[in-house]
Design a protein around this ligand. Sequence first.
Ligand code: ADE
Length: 284
Amino acid sequence: MPQLDFMGNVSPERIRTFRAGIRAHYRKHGRKMPWRETRDPYRILVSEVMLQQTQVDRVRAKYVEFLAAFPDLSALAGAPLERVLALWQGLGYNRRALALSRAARLLVARGGEVPRDHEALVALPGIGAATAGAIRAFAFEEPVVFIETNIRRVFLDAFFPGRSDVADAELLPLVAATLDWRRPREWYYALMDFGAALARRGENPNRRSRDYVRQSPFSGSDRQVRGAILRALVRGNVLAAGALASAVGAEPQRVRRLLGKMEREGFVRRSGGRYGIADGEGTA
Ligand code: ADE
């Protein structure tokens, strides 16, 4: 039976069987996660930023530790960037920690609430359409239509078998057509758990996506050296570029180039020829 008719529409029957399959899987294999036990928008924001590009198992312990240190928006906004980065170690992609710290400061300056609407969310640093959608569904039970990596896998597998180069724009109408408008929070948990199970099964349907962004190799990358630089500095150290290069085992020229970028971004600041962690206010 074709998955879609010539207009790209799905039949009501197909929607029913799809939903039933996702729900049955969730009843049997639904995963418990600490951020699924709360509706606190701040906690959900923290979890969703941590979950960007990072495996659930790596996030679990960090999430608990991070929230013990910064239990609410004002605690995070008031924390020095250095502490936020120190707690972030192990999650990777330190840009997310910087963005989260900046987002918290912006929100506290504007009244201290995590916004509920799409435009205000995506205007914050570190929050794109997928994270905004997840926050709206999980914190506010808003029937939003969004795609992230697990959801993408589910729709590619169910409705586009054998097709490659499928754009998210083709998936979105199906996400909308199958959405549980009354209980989007649980529905999206179920979709994500089904998508995560598909990833463990073998062939990754996301290879057939036009919009899926693969992670670039970490070993030998600028990202790896930048991570090592921050780790060397978050212990309160203030070091010259040459000393930092030795500490991280990279060429001084490369370390200087990266430090220049990291200074503009607001990660580090230079004072008297030495580098330390900045206060998070950057220009790039
Ligand atoms: N549950 C809530 N948010 C999630 C996410 N981003 N990935 C997997 N499971 C989740």
